[in-house]
Design a protein around this ligand. Structure first.
Ligand code: CP3
Length: 361
């Protein structure tokens, strides 16, 4: 039985239904980085714990996840975790430095280093699954409007994770990463295979624990030309997407600055493609194909705009979506620190209002 048949019969949340392009009572909404530094409740927890502490303590990760989803009134909760967590069981040390972001102390640059990466300790990431189980239990009963909140697990895509491993942190030009791809495709492929194995295991734990959907973050795929994306990234990412779908959940595949790659990203077979804000939603959806769902795509900085501007931008996204099945309202990238929480809450209200006014196709 296909995912869509299973889910149609079980009638689940409007979020999962939208991922599968099934009819919904209204457009579901959630936000990238909905639990983060813009939120006072998160900062209160953060005062006493490091980022990695929060990720690694299921009780706290679940609390942060639940608090954000309830405070905003969104339709899905993304588990509080980080893209880089699988590095630890692979044998790669990293830390988050204030103001700098992630730092990998010994960047992976050689065949020997890749051969030394471990793929047999994925069980050590079980704390993420434990946190998901707590969140899923909390949100199991239907909410006041009768809908069940969707639970999102996630992982990085092989290219984006490799870029952190190879560059040693965030990067502007991805010189080391691209150099490895170009100069030594065999070494690159070996790294991709190791990441694939670990990511499939990690996603499986999350689905087993109750994740309804897995989002695969290929945040920096937009740094690649379409040719390089097709040659070095698309095949391995497609295998990841299909392996996660085989676990029985829909997949959201997201990247930033991907307007030129959307029609290629669709080839991964992902159920939902995340759009960043640079591409108009209708144009992006055409490139993705209307036989797939899309997620997006308000510019996160619009959340700093006066209410009338914010309202117009939200309205425009609804107009561009045209009442089609398979739109999940979200931002085009994560909420940034300093964002007024009440504006995020206002967007949720607007989504409800504009959904009610939408003639559904
Ligand atoms: O609510 C949620 O979105 C869940 C939590 C979440 C975090 N990281 C927690 C976090 C998610 C989904 C991520 C994914 C993640 N991590 C991505 C992909 C998303 C994207 O932005 O495209 C990436 C690239 C990372 C790696 C990472 N983690 C970076 C580059 C940074 C530093 C940049 C920054 O914003 O400071 C982090 C740190 C991080 N991960 C924070 C949070 C809430 C902020 C730092 C903190 O709390 O100290």
């Amino acid at each position: 039985m296909s995912i869509s048949e299973t889910t149609e019969n079980q009638s689940t949340s409007r979020f999962v239904r939208a991922c599968l392009r099934l009819p919904v009572d209204r457009t579901p909404v959630w936000f990238l980085r909905q639990a983060g530094r813009y939120m006072p409740e998160y900062m209160a927890v953060r005062k006493h714990h490091t980022l990695l502490d929060i990720c690694r303590k299921p009780e706290i990760a679940a609390e942060v996840t639940i608090t954000a989803a309830e405070k905003l009134g969104v339709d899905a909760a993304i588990i509080f975790a980080d893209l880089l967590l699988p590095f630890t069981p692979m044998g790669l040390d990293f830390e988050f430095l204030a103001g700098e972001g992630p730092v990998v102390h010994q960047p992976v640059r050689t065949r020997q280093q890749i051969d030394a990466l471990r793929t047999d300790r994925v069980a050590e990431l079980g704390y993420v699954a434990e946190a998901i189980a707590k969140v899923a239990k909390h949100f199991a009963p239907p909410r006041a409007d009768g809908d069940t909140l969707g639970i999102i697990g996630f992982c990085g895509a092989p290219f984006t994770l490799a870029s952190y491993m190879i560059e040693g942190g965030s990067s502007r030009n991805y010189i080391e990463t691209k150099q490895m791809m170009y100069a030594d495709p065999g070494v690159w492929a070996a790294l991709m295979e190791k990441l694939l194995e670990v990511l499939i295991g990690f996603a499986a734990q999350q689905v087993e624990a109750g994740a309804d959907v897995i989002q695969i973050f290929d945040s920096w795929a937009g740094a690649l030309s379409v040719t390089d994306y097709r040659e070095y990234v698309l095949p391995i990412t497609t295998r990841l997407v299909k392996a996660v779908q085989a676990l029985g959940v829909p997949v959201i595949y997201f990247g930033v600055d991907t307007a030129s790659q959307l029609s290629t990203m669709r080839e991964t077979a992902a159920d939902v493609i995340g759009l960043d804000w640079r591409v108009p939603l209708d144009e992006g959806w055409r490139a993705v194909g209307h036989d797939r769902a899309v997620q997006g795509n308000l510019d996160p900085i619009t959340l700093f705009a006066p209410e009338d501007v914010l309202r117009r931008r939200v309205q425009e996204i609804f107009t561009a979506a045209g009442g089609r099945n398979g739109h999940i309202f979200n931002l085009g990238h994560g909420i940034v620190p300093g964002t007024p929480v009440e504006n995020v809450q206002r967007v949720v209200e607007m989504v409800k209002e504009f959904s009610a006014a939408t003639v559904r196709a």
